[in-house]
Design a protein around this ligand. Structure first.
Ligand SMILES: Cc1cc2nc3c(=O)[nH]c(=O)nc-3n(C[C@H](O)[C@H](O)[C@H](O)COP(=O)(O)O)c2cc1C
Length: 377
């Protein structure tokens, strides 16, 4: 067995048997806040970063890709929401991530929804999230990141401030545009989050007519960064067609499939007690997110890059998304349930899975399952 596999097994043992049992007795948001503070501390000096890298790093040239002019060392990224205020950008590369997304960042600072707003559904291997886009706002976060360089690609995820005033479409558009403008020269790509399930006024930009108004304004803002749109797994085929049509006419390069699901009629919900509000990540959203990857891949005819997100816990889960059409993947819940070595485990497992199928790189595997299905159909 190679050194990395043994290292990961030892870390996993400690996480599963010592740390996780204690963390899972504590309030989830408190644990999250402590993790952020600890991660920020670890990112402060190059010595600590190297130490973290020795415990969690993994690299293999077979995992490298260049997409939209951005170089990715591996396809596993941190999804938006874990590092809302960009506190971890110095340490995440050492944890083994191939890219990182901060935010959602809104035009104005926002406290989000009242607590409690984060729960674990242990049976379902899921998290229920009701943060409501709490973040320090586009001015503070852009000021903090301005002029900084990053060891891995950085995505800046923007959304509209969660206040009643932005229920008005024009006000909402202006709020997105403010955040977009502030972050136009920071990081490597944008995500426009139109699918937060926990905000005032719902998700009006999933409607083609409103999305059109949003992108008319965003297109006017100068930026070299490619733009992704983050989709909800709960949209109908008609809504998806409308969104893709709008995106084809504007500066959109790809989709993130997907955000949290808010539907409660999901057979993957195994826990008896479920909070009445919030969206589900983890295994509850996985199948819905996979179906969305599949549909977007089929409908976009190679025009869009796809980031698969939702329920990735293992290399097999990540590979499934890649074979359905994802070029990159993101996660949060899998890392919380599995431990911080999950990123390296997934990357190492992906190399094995590619080898087993006779592929030399990720692009060879992208969409293979979907292409076969399309041919049969
Ligand atoms: C604690 C938490 C906070 C989140 N906040 C955001 C957010 O601010 N913006 C966003 O686009 N997605 C947010 N998400 C959604 C994730 O980015 C991701 O789409 C979803 O959790 C599915 O991935 P997972 O199953 O790997 O967790 C959040 C998820 C979690 C768990």
């Amino acid at each position: 067995m190679n050194r990395i596999i043994i290292r990961n097994k030892v870390i996993k043992f400690f996480y599963q048997n010592l740390l996780k049992p204690v963390y899972f007795l504590m309030d989830p948001e408190l644990v999250h806040d402590r993790m952020l503070a600890f991660g920020r501390f670890l990112g402060r000096t190059s010595m600590l970063r190297s130490l973290v890298s020795a415990f969690f790093g993994y690299s293999n040239p077979q995992l490298e890709q260049e997409i939209l002019g951005i170089k990715f060392k591996n396809p596993v990224g941190l999804a938006a929401g874990f590092d809302k205020n960009a506190m971890l950008v110095d340490i995440l590369p050492s944890v083994g991530f191939g890219f990182m997304e901060v935010g959602s960042i809104t035009g104005e600072p926002c406290q989000g929804n009242p607590k409690p707003r984060l729960w674990r559904l242990k049976q379902s291997k899921s998290l229920v999230v009701y943060y409501g886009l709490s973040n320090y706002g586009s001015e503070a976060i852009s000021a903090k990141l301005a002029g900084k360089t990053f060891d891995i690609p950085l995505g800046t995820n923007v959304a509209k401030t969660n206040i009643k005033a932005t229920d008005d479409i024009a006000v909402g558009v202006a709020d997105y545009a403010k955040a977009f403008k502030k972050l136009a020269v920071i990081g490597d790509y944008f995500t426009v989050n139109i699918s937060c399930p926990n905000t005032s006024g719902g998700e009006p930009f999933l409607e083609a007519e409103n999305l059109e108004k949003l992108f008319v304004e965003l297109d006017k803002i100068e930026t070299k960064k490619p733009v992704f749109v983050k989709l909800s797994p709960d949209i109908s085929d008609i809504e998806l067609d409308g969104i893709i049509q709008v995106c084809k006419n504007h500066r959109v390069h790809g989709f993130i499939c997907s955000n949290l699901t808010k539907r409660r009629d999901n057979s993957k919900i195994l826990d008896r007690a479920v909070p009445p509000k919030g969206g589900f990540g983890g295994k509850i959203v996985e199948e819905l997110a996979n179906q969305l990857v599949k549909k977007v891949y089929q409908k976009s005819e190679g025009r869009f890059v796809i980031i698969g997100c939702g329920g990735v816990f293992t290399a097999e889960d990540a590979y499934k998304k890649i074979k359905l059409g994802a070029n990159l993947i993101q996660l949060i819940t899998g890392m919380i349930y599995g431990g911080p070595q999950t990123i390296s485990e997934i990357n190492q497992g992906l190399v094995e899975l590619l080898k087993k199928d006779g592929y030399k790189s990720i692009p060879e595997a992208v969409g293979v399952e979907n292409r076969v299905l399309q041919k049969v159909a």
